[in-house]
Write a protein that binds this ligand. Sequence first.
Ligand code: SF4
Ligand code: SF4
Length: 342
Amino acid sequence: MLHYDIEADWQLLNTCNYRCAYCSFSPATLGEKLTVHAEPREWSRAIDRTGLTWLLHITGGEPTIYPRFAELCRLLTAKHFISFNSNLTHPSALDIAKHVDPSRISYINAGFHPEERELKKGLPTFLKHAYSLIARNFPLFISVVATPDVLSRFDEIIGLTATLGIAPLPKLLRGPYKGKHYPAAYSAEEKMAFREFAAKACKTYNGPFLQGLTERPSIDVFGDEKYLDGVAPFRGRMCIAGERFVSLRPNGNVYRCQPKQTNYLGNLLDCSFRRLNGKSPCDSYYCFYFCLKFADAASGAANESDTFAFSHREPDETRWRNRPMSAAASMSDVEQDAKGAA
Ligand code: SF4
Ligand code: SF4
């Protein structure tokens, strides 16, 4: 069971070696020169100094390309818990498999990204890195952003990872993609394909993976099909973000969730971070998965997926925000907000 005081959605860097068409970062942002705001030991000391036990969800960009990423994971997991998103292209995945204790990992969300994977001939590397982690009992699942192209060939995509014994789970496409807004733009046929894909993929996780999980993954794609028709708005709901959850930025700035001035809670690296106390009404936009985890349920709505029974559930984890599709802003808005508050 993971006992932690607070969870952070930690955007460690902007840079990525892929250019997925649905990425919420612009190609220019993904192509930025990688900035190291702190060495692994500086990060771990700063986090230890808070006196809290953290669940750190590390994302980017592509976190595994961060210099000495495996060392960072090893240091952090001495006292804290981590999870991370990765396209599993970088060999640091092999170092993590060798040097990090899997019992300190909540989950690894391995993003499949078929178009980029095919373009860069990256399937063998993905399978090798995923296998090395699974073989050492790391709780790894594979997700794939459910674009219309992916939905049109989901049996083929399921087959691509068959040697691992697990299939990519479809992840709702949220936001603008090729001139349309999703999930609203899914056709009836695409919704049916999504449900069938999800049912087939979920089955491959029955067994050791689910038995080994101690709580639902914060990026909980085991049930995205429930949100094909949208999700009740979060604005106005009571939310514990700020106390039990924060957004941690590459430079150490901490926000309640959406990076805007009124959500600023200080900086981890300069020791000025102070968390909030208790729930307050939602007045922000943020990643749908974290909102589902930390906001009170809308009246009459389930807050948790019931696809699987997990051994433990906390009471109440790419970065798709809860903004209604009609009002969706580009990631550059968030980046501007963040710069404004920095
Ligand atoms: S979706 Fe993930 S893998 Fe793809 S470009 Fe964005 S950060 Fe990189
Ligand atoms: S945007 Fe999400 S995480 Fe932030 S306060 Fe609202 S519900 Fe909570």
